[in-house]
Design a protein around this ligand. Structure first.
Ligand code: NAD
Length: 293
């Protein structure tokens, strides 16, 4: 079994981005600028946003973090989005989800200018993705595609089973891998909480992509010998031996599955770092005006 090392791969990609940014700087060009809006004090969101800002520093991007309290109104948040949409300086921005209950996430997503939607969540980008048009790919599926491509894993003609149908991971992943494209041409089964015999579906997969949010849900007995296992899940489980009182585990029973799989992504250090890198790649594309001119 080989590890799909997202941490190492994301460092390689960040080095490539840093070189390009150094070139832009030398030529006196505009430095790519990513902004992040963080509402409230959700510990997981704080940690994701910290890592995004740190990654910007690492590659030489400008970054702006806009922090607001849980008490912010929807109107105030929409005003911040409007300012970011019209800012000459900001190339792309994200609004970290989840948002407080009194704010409509759909309304917020729709308010983001698709040209600056580097998370790739806006329906315009989603629709363009589905039709194979230039767009910002949603960050997590984009990171997974990069990983599959750079590790030379064949997808053409393979059977992929995606577990979980969220708008940000499972559904776009199923569309991307079934496209007529270099990392695509797979036959994809999209499974979810109403799937009748999930274990039987997963057992037929050459490649499994698990995005469920249940610790260790995919076990060794469910997978085929030699399957490629991509674990998107990030779950906190109590662990008193750790200083923080918890540890992170994926949706896959890593130890069990490692005995049978050909490739597995670890958690942490697999898909997570690739997601952050994709955000940087989308921001770079925005600053180059590659997608929307
Ligand atoms: P979600 O929480 O929006 O939805 C979960 C999906 O799992 C649903 O489509 C549901 O149908 C399916 N599901 C739930 N129970 C199931 C069951 N018993 N059998 C089959 N399917 C079932 O999903 P999400 O936002 O895609 O997040 C999934 C996981 O991925 C979470 O742990 C999240 O933290 C993690 N995540 C990680 C990254 C990353 O960068 N690594 C990015 C996004 C999400």
């Amino acid at each position: 079994m080989k590890i799909l090392d997202g941490k190492k791969l994301s460092e390689e990609i960040k080095n490539e981005i840093a070189q390009e940014v150094a070139g832009i700087k030398d030529a006196g060009g505009k430095i790519p600028h990513l902004a992040a809006v963080l509402i409230g004090h959700n510990p997981a969101s704080e940690s994701y946003v910290r890592s995004k800002v740190r990654s910007c520093d690492q590659v030489g991007f400008e970054s702006t973090l806009i922090r607001k309290d849980d008490s912010i109104t929807e109107e105030e948040l929409l005003e911040i989005i409007h300012e970011l949409n019209t800012s000459e300086d900001v190339d792309g921005f994200i609004v970290q989800l989840p948002l407080p209950k009194h704010i409509d996430e759909v309304k917020v997503t729709l308010a983001i200018d698709p040209k600056k939607d580097v998370d790739g969540f806006h329906p315009v980008n989603f629709g363009r993705m589905a039709q194979g048009l230039p767009c910002y790919l949603p960050a997590t599926p984009y990171g997974i595609l990069q990983m599959i491509e750079r590790y030379g894993i064949e997808t053409s003609g393979k059977h992929v089973v995606v577990v979980g149908r969220s708008n940000i991971v499972g559904t776009p992943m199923s569309i991307l891998l079934s496209r007529k494209a270099k990392t695509g041409n797979a036959t994809v089964t999209l499974t979810h909480s109403r799937t009748k015999d999930l274990a039987a579906e997963v057992s037929r997969a050459d490649i499994v992509i698990a995005a469920i949010g249940i610790p260790n849900f995919i076990s060794a007995d469910m997978i085929k010998e030699g399957a490629v296992i991509i674990d998107v899940g990030i779950n906190r489980v109590e662990d008193e031996t750790r200083k923080r009182g918890y540890r992170l585990v994926g949706d896959v029973d890593f130890d069990g599955v490692s005995e049978k799989a050909s490739y597995v992504t670890p958690v942490p250090g697999g898909v997570g770092p690739m997601t952050v890198t994709s955000l940087l790649m989308n921001t770079l594309k925005s600053s180059r005006k590659e997608i929307y001119g």
